[in-house]
Design a protein around this ligand. Sequence first.
Ligand code: MSP
Length: 633
Amino acid sequence: MSKTFYVTTPIYYVNAEPHLGHAYTTIIADFLARFHRLDGYQVYYLTGTDEHGEKIYQAAQAAGMEPQAFVDQISERFKAAWQQLDISHDYFVRTTEARHQQVVRQVLQQVYAQGDIYKADYAGLYCVGCERFLTEKELADGKCPIHQTLPEERREENYFFKMDQYRAWLTEYIQAHPDFIRPEGYRNEVLGMLRESIGDLSISRLKSRVPWGIPLPWDEAHVTYVWFDALLNYVSALDYPTGDHYARFWPAARHLIGKDILKAHAVFWPTMLKAAGLPLYQHLNVGGYLMGADGHKMSKSLGNVVDPFALAQQYGPDAVRYFVLRELPYGQDGAVGVQGLIERFNADLANDLGNLVARARALLLRHLDGVVPQPLPTQAEQVVAQAGQALIEKVRPLVQKLRIYAAIEEVLQFVRSLNRYFNDQQPWKLAKDPAQQERLGTVLSTVVEGLRLASVLLEPAIPRKVRQLRQSLGLKEEYTMAEAAWGLPHPGTPLPAEAPILFPKIEAETPAAPAASPVPALPAKPPIYIDDFGKVELRVALVKAAEKIPKADKLLKLTLDLGGQERTVVSGIAQWYQPEDLPGRKVVVVANLQPVKLRGILSEGMILTGVDPQGNLTLVGLDQDLASGSEVR
Ligand code: MSP
């Protein structure tokens, strides 16, 4: 049987322009779709827009437009945003399209006919932002915790779906399928919701009050509640119930959502599927929020949104894609801003990857007529080859667990090791020695092969730039994951004499970045008086223990002894030091630094490190051993 992969994003409400918070999930889904396509899967990637309901109706009224014209317009904006970010969805679903409306009516009719829908009076607290009734327990100080608004008291005659009858079944299902909802924290949250009655779900609104929706097939005075309508997009877009796509892809469904719509996807949707007699989706993957620079969830109502159009226009789609993929561990919240994008781009793409491509190209063109020769590997090349060969097996399981940031970091670690190999072999020196031409060829072709391999694994993240990289190195345009194996012969195409700089360094907006030189010019900072320096208290410290900090891939937590006084210091050295390498070492600490909380840990100082031109850190040590606590001046 062929491997299939069906990935979906939430369908976005068309009451607002697309912002980076929406782009986040869409880019993650795109990475997964592209990765699996390259890895030999038949992939279906679905995104789209959610176009019915009260919220949209109100937004259309506020814009002074007919609802259909309004949703047509905003839906186009989402399509354009995804095009600009090179999103490779297979279909863009809209809940106003006829095929979808037909499926909604069909499922409603079926569930109604089997007696799972009844009519009743209902009174409750409704949040228009969430488009659902909230329970007292969900409120914070009487307000909706997501929208910070007071819910409205509503009493009306609605149709109800008998959702609560599926509670025990759903609990058992989730317990029996540990991977159904990920990460685990959200699974536990859902099991918590299911411990008490979940009530029945109101699935209709009086048309006289909310005219913008799909009429119920048996009672035209009511329209379908927007969530009962929207969730069915995941199967209507596959031509449920009879379509080939439905048969092929629904068994492989993976939903990606933000945590604010957990209940709808983890409780409403599985019970709806059960009632309609459909099998459940495979996985629900729950992501955190992109926060604005103000530390709040990026959202239109809070006015702290970053516009993905503007970012992509200024820095290119791949810079935006790379940033959101690499910056945040999926499932956690994280603040994002333009400064972070620039730093990430410069460090990883311009310095680590782009520079190496440029350096290899320059030597190949100057000394080998732009032709990549067959390598004659020695021990040093075998080490690089082994690391390259092992990469796909490290990356694939990380991608499967949605640890995309860690998967990308694995590839970047490999690129950094290629840089070290390049620097160690000093091909620029080999080039000057006529007896070393063969060796020069081996070093350069090893670097090109390493870059090719990295390009395969980075393609899902930065597809456009990867094409450019391959072209500039005379490689094929396309490779599959099967070709992420070491030792594919170079196609032999000579390198083009001219190629644009792959990742031109972005100058920081404020303050101006220092001139790009391998070691920062000295002095890089304004002079200070000795008294100023005297304010810094430096001490020798003994590392007693070191450990990784969960979900912070750059940080280590160090326990230090400063001569009988114990300190905790959080240090950003995890990329260069393993925790087990550190106990017993002496380091130099800034001992009077104001303590700060980093990832919930109080860090009481800072250890000193040296930095090489690639930004790699190395601990500052002592020429002779000194007792811990000794002064450094
Ligand atoms: N229309 C519903 C989803 C229906 S799915 C059958 C909806 N739309 S939404 O436009 O309000 O939000 C869509 C998704 O975007 C949600 O998963 C939400 O979490 C996500 N995000 C909106 N702002 C976000 C951030 N700032 N950060 C991360 N995701 C964000 O809910």
